[in-house]
Structure formats: structure tokens, C-alpha cells
Design a protein around this ligand. Structure first.
Ligand code: FES
Length: 420
């Protein structure tokens, strides 16, 4: 830990990047290209309502307003471009990964079509980490944010030591092969390791699942690196376990967890486990504990309190449930239970994307009551001022009255497409 505490004094420059709502940001498709049989890169020109240049951090995401049946839904995708190309951005998307929405993009989206978008959001980015040697691990389409980071690092011409581990099923599924090959030649500070889970008989490189001997063999100094890992949950869990076993610290292992455990449990409407609790430093007058749902939060994030009523004046007894009103129904939330989890336990489904405060899909408006919110940049200042909170990472501190009117925001950002 001491090693990373000293590293924290060095950091990448971190320019402010605002989050835009669908009525403030449009994406016009200017090109598309096939990366593999089922992965397509869509190249967009981003247009801000205020005419300014659109900016994002490497590794961040966007939500697109896409039609599904007769409705519009927001679907979140990580940005593959590095954030250095002005208004030109790229989204590399696996068809079928999010069912109808990605299928619609693949079949119907044409050059010149315009989509409403929300973002950028998310803190899965080196700009929020100490400036230290990097271990980048991308599995399958989890390479998308990793590629964004590589492109950004290349443009910066930084001499930072970077070890890239790319996991793919076969050479045919390997994303960005040509560009990464060119980077490996041009960037002396970059080492590239490709591992195939289902190679053909001609393959002589790394194969099989990620393992401690394999990772130690190619990146023996992984513990001194800040690690960014994106891919299927089992791959991220296995890689994290190896990294920690090799002496890495939890805070320096950073994952992108779209569709993570809490999100999936919420989708199935089952009660979710209440995360471990720790004291809430900013509420000394309230004898209440709130959870730390994301371990890395202690490193770079701060909790935010949101309230729409009188501040809590007296102590709240630990263990007392709160009553939450939403959609004309009341349900109970235990102290330390997120609103999404409490709603799911009562059979109410609040739409979620990332499950960790990054994407903004779970926004609800707080009409009365008080919550502690531990977001990761997934909510705009405009939405905060309008009283919205992120239900996946907001924890009741009192009884609440909520309104779920985000559909109105979606409708404002309609799809304008010539390919209906
Ligand atoms: S589900 Fe992404 S912010 Fe809540």
C-alpha cells in the first residue's frame, strides 16, 4: 500500500469532462467497419448542443438512445477511441451483446443517421489512477476500453511501461489486431501478449485460460503496476485473484463491471446481499453505517449526500427499515441497502446498466428524503440540480419519495434515422 500511496502523488492530467443529456448531445454516423464476424466499429461525429468540442476520458462510456420495439431505451457502450480526435469518436460493439439494440444498430443504422446520446461517464480510466506502470487486460469485447486507453497513451507519447494482455477465443476473434501490431512496433514501452482460448493447430503462442503461472511468466512485476481489466466476470475475478496473490493491492486493480453481480440480481428481481458496512465519516450526527459497494471508491471517490427535505436532526436508530415510495408503491429498504436492491427485493425493477454508479441508467428523482450516493460520475450536474439520484448506488438515510420519470428524458432524445 505504501508503494501506491507514493505513486498517488504523480498523476495524469485530468481535464474536466461534463456529462451531457440526450437533448444536449447528438451522434451522427459517418463510417462503420467490421472488426470481426460479429463486432462492428461505428464512427460518429459528436455534436454538442452548445457547439463546443466533445471530450471524453479514455475508457469512458456513452449511453445511446436506441429503439427496441416501439420504445426507446438507453444502452451503454464503452468508447473505443482515445479521446484525442476532437468530435470524432468510435464505438466498437459486439452484435448480440445487448440483444435487440445491437442487432438494430447492425442491421438498420446507416451513414448519416443521428442518435441521441448521454455521457460521457465512468471512472474506468487511467486519468483517475496514479501514474504508474500499467497492466492492461482485455478479454473479448472487453478490449474496447483498453483500446481507448492504448490510443490515448500512444498520442501522449508517454514512456510509461505498459503490458497488454489480450484474451480472445481465436485469431479470427482478435480485435484491433493490425493496430495493436503497429503500436507494438512503434511504442518501445509497450509489450503485447495474446492468449487464445481456442487456438487452431498452427498457433504457437499462449493458449488456454488465464492462470497465475501464465500471467507471472509474461508480467512478472504485475504487483507494481496499476491494473485495468475488462471482460467477462469470471475472467476479471480470476485476474484479480492472481494479481492480489502476486502482491498487488486491491485499490490498484480496476475493473469495468457493466452487468455486474448486483445488476444481474436486480434484473432477476431477487433480493441482493447487503455489502459490507463502514462508518460514514460525513454524517457524525447520524449513528448509521452505509456500505462501501465499490472497493476502489476509497481510493478516488467521495460519497455525496442528496436531500430534498429537512436535514436529519436526530440519530437514526441502526437497523430500522426505511419506507421508500415509487410508482405508487411503498417498499422497505434496510440501512445499507441500495434503492435498486431494496426495490428488487419487493419485486419492483428499476432499469440498471452498470450497477455501480457509472452509466446513469438507474436515475430516479428524489422528491423527499435523504440518501447517501456513491456514484462514479454517471450523473450530470443538470440532473443533480433537478433532484435525480442513481438508485443503484444510493442508500436511504430516511424515508424516501421517488419518481421514475427518466423516460421523459429518453423521449426528448429521439432517434432520427433514415433507416426505420
Ligand atoms: S445502473 Fe449504471 S448508474 Fe446505476
Amino acid at each position: 500500500m505504501a508503494q501506491h500511496a507514493s505513486l498517488a502523488r504523480r498523476a495524469f492530467p485530468k481535464p474536466g469532462v461534463p456529462v451531457f443529456e440526450p437533448d444536449e448531445l447528438r451522434l451522427v454516423l459517418v463510417d462503420r467497419r467490421a472488426e470481426t464476424a460479429n463486432v462492428t466499429t461505428y464512427v460518429f461525429e459528436a455534436i454538442r448542443q452548445d457547439g463546443q468540442i466533445f471530450r471524453h476520458h479514455p475508457g469512458q462510456s456513452l449511453s445511446l438512445s436506441l429503439p427496441s420495439g416501439s420504445n426507446l431505451f438507453q444502452r451503454s457502450f464503452t468508447i473505443a477511441s482515445g479521446g484525442t480526435g476532437g468530435n470524432r469518436i468510435e464505438l466498437t460493439i459486439k452484435t448480440g451483446g445487448q440483444a435487440q439494440a445491437t442487432l438494430w444498430m447492425h442491421k438498420c443504422l446507416r451513414i448519416g443517421d443521428t442518435l441521441a446520446a448521454r455521457g460521457p461517464f465512468g471512472r474506468f480510466s487511467p486519468v483517475h489512477a496514479p501514474k504508474a506502470p500499467l497492466l492492461l487486460v482485455g478479454a473479448g469485447s472487453g478490449m474496447t476500453p483498453i483500446m481507448s486507453m492504448l490510443r490515448w497513451l500512444r498520442v501522449r507519447a508517454d514512456t510509461l511501461d505498459i503490458a497488454l494482455v489480450q484474451l480472445a477465443r481465436s485469431r479470427a476473434d482478435e480485435l484491433f489486431a493490425d493496430e495493436i501490431g503497429a503500436m507494438a512496433e512503434a511504442m518501445l514501452n509497450l509489450s503485447v501478449h495474446l492468449c487464445l482460448s481456442r487456438p487452431d493447430e498452427k498457433w504457437t503462442g499462449l493458449s488456454g485460460r488465464i492462470s497465475r503461472p501464465m500471467l507471472r511468466g509474461i508480467v512478472p512485476d504485475m504487483a507494481r503496476r496499476v491494473a485495468f481489466c475488462c471482460g467477462p466476470e469470471p475472467v476479471m475475478k480470476a485476474t484479480r485473484a492472481i494479481y492480489l496473490a502476486e502482491g498487488g493491492v486491491e485499490e490498484a486493480f480496476i475493473t469495468e463491471t457493466f452487468g455486474g453481480a448486483e445488476h444481474n440480481a436486480a434484473s432477476r428481481g431477487r433480493p441482493m446481499a447487503v455489502p459490507a458496512v463502514r462508518p460514514m465519516e460525513r454524517l457524525p450526527q447520524v449513528s448509521l453505517s452505509v456500505p462501501t459497494p465499490v472497493d476502489k471508491g476509497a481510493w478516488c471517490l467521495a460519497p455525496h449526500m442528496h436531500e430534498r427535505s429537512e436535514p436529519i436532526s436526530g440519530p437514526v436508530p441502526f437497523g430500522e427499515d426505511f419506507i421508500v415510495g415509487l410508482k405508487g408503491k411503498n417498499f422497505r429498504a434496510k440501512p445499507g441497502q441500495s434503492i435498486v436492491a431494496a426495490a428488487a427485493a419487493c419485486g419492483l425493477r428499476i432499469p440498471t446498466g452498470c450497477g455501480e454508479g457509472s452509466c446513469g441508467t438507474c436515475r430516479v428523482r428524489l422528491m423527499s428524503g435523504q440518501v447517501a450516493m456513491r456514484d462514479q460520475g454517471g450523473i450530470s450536474r443538470r440532473d443533480k440540480e433537478a433532484g435525480y439520484i442513481l438508485a443503484c448506488c444510493s442508500y436511504p438515510l430516511s424515508d424516501l419519495e421517488l419518481v421514475n420519470d427518466v423516460a421523459g428524458v429518453d423521449q426528448a432524445g429521439a432517434v432520427s434515422s433514415s433507416a426505420k
